[in-house]
Design a protein around this ligand. Structure first.
Ligand code: V47
Ligand code: SF4
Length: 378
């Protein structure tokens, strides 16, 4: 690590009054040493926000310098028909219910065609777990996309969709993932992770893929040469200890496989679901969470702010709390967040807007591909 980075971080920290308990943790972070679970809990509970911003920026700059990455992608949600009924979900419907949708393969191909004028390099696909969809169907979907645009990167199907489809096809995880890869699947998004703790998971999404299975699916994908992302749903009923337990399992798997590209904290949005009474956490809590995640997950290269969910201003604030990846959606037509109450109901950001947001916090905008190779410095 550069001596210059260490000394400039130390200078910033000098101006802050550190409690006895926090000082050794600060030293670990500044020197590039891994922090313990108990250290992360102390940071959540006792560190002031300014200090967290300095430490998270230190870690982000150690890993990624002053670069902030974005890509040109678009999202497809093929259906909201889902056999699960997670309490936090605002958009799932049963078959035939009002508001249910299901895109045909032709409609999906049309969306891909439409994206080509905008030079999208990636399509992100997730949706409900449709009771009739198996590996063959998901393969057909990927093939239909690649027929329209053979070079587009298909980041698709959360571990929860994969779990059901692979079991329905009577395949092992390895067979199912190999087959999808053979058909053109390029990487796996981070959805369905929610929260690791089994009691909490039972309470908010009891029928869903278990946490150990979620980890197994990502481990298998990594072993088959597919990278993936990891998410965490926060701001509902979880404690700081629950968040740390979740991130610790991700850190452990990353030590083993190195297959996670980025970590994406997903803030619980409270409209139109059966957990609405819980409300939403503050922006301060969002920033604290980004910062502790960046400090704790020292082996995950990127921390993403998913701005269509968080809102543009909170996402740009997060660049001061360890975030180095803005999901650079071109036109985001995802309903999962708009139906749960995201401020921007039809979010889109032009490349100019993304770049000026990044420059406004003295960072360097860089367009990336889906594997985080740098494509263009702006
Ligand atoms: O697993 C559902 C979350 C996830 C709500 O990998 C909610 O690049 C907040 O995983 N409030 C799916 N969150 C989306 C997802 C994702 C999004 C962006 C980028 C990537 C990536 C992955 O959405 C679900 C769940 O955790 N979710 N409902 C809600 N009310
Ligand atoms: Fe289904 Fe996903 Fe909604 Fe859960 S969060 S009900 S798995 S669509």
């Amino acid at each position: 690590m550069s001596k210059h980075l260490i000394s400039s971080t130390r200078q910033l920290i000098q101006q802050i009054n550190l409690s006895k308990g926090i000082t050794p943790i600060v030293n670990k972070v500044v020197e590039g040493d891994r922090i313990l679970l108990a250290d992360a809990e102390l940071l959540y509970n006792e560190a002031e926000l300014g200090l967290l911003g300095i430490l998270a920026t230190h870690v982000a700059e150690r890993i990624n310098g002053k670069s902030v990455l974005f890509n040109r992608n678009f999202h497809i949600e093929p259906t909201n028909i889902c056999l699960h009924s997670c309490s936090f979900c605002s958009y799932r419907r049963s078959e035939g219910e009002d508001g249910a949708w299901l895109l045909s393969l032709n409609e999906i191909a049309e969306q891909v065609r439409h994206s080509m004028g905008k030079q999208a390099t990636e399509v992100h696909i997730t949706g409900g777990v449709h009771p009739q969809w198996d590996v063959d169907y998901y393969c057909e979907m990927v093939r239909a996309i690649k027929r329209v645009n053979p070079s587009i990167h298909v980041k698709a199907f959360s571990a929860v969709e994969l779990d059901y489809a692979i079991a329905k096809s009577g395949l092992t995880l390895q067979q199912g993932i190999r087959e999808l890869k053979r058909c053109g699947l390029n990487s796996i998004p981070g959805g369905g992770a929610e929260i690791a703790n089994s009691e909490l998971r039972q309470a908010i999404c009891g029928s869903k893929t278990s946490w150990s299975r979620w980890l197994e699916i990502h481990e298998t994908a990594h072993n088959e040469g597919l990278t993936s992302n990891a998410t965490m749903l926060y701001g509902h009923m979880e404690s700081y200890a629950h968040r740390i337990e979740h991130m610790s399992d991700i850190r452990e798997l990353q030590d083993k496989t190195g297959g996670f590209n980025c970590f994406i904290p997903l803030k619980f949005k409270a409209q139109n679901n059966s957990m609405s009474h819980i409300g939403e956490v503050s922006t301060v809590e969002d920033m604290k969470n980004f910062a502790v995640a960046r400090i704790f997950l020292d082996n995950v290269p990127h921390l993403k702010a998913y701005w269509p969910m968080l809102g543009k201003s909170a996402a740009s604030l997060a660049l001061g709390f360890g975030v180095d990846d803005l999901d650079g959606t071109i036109d985001d037509s995802t309903k999962i967040y708009s139906m749960a109450g995201a401020e921007d109901q039809s979010p889109s950001m032009s490349i100019d807007e993304i770049c000026s947001t990044i420059r406004s916090v003295a960072k360097n905008p860089i367009e990336r591909d889906s594997l985080y190779n740098h494509l263009k410095v702006y």
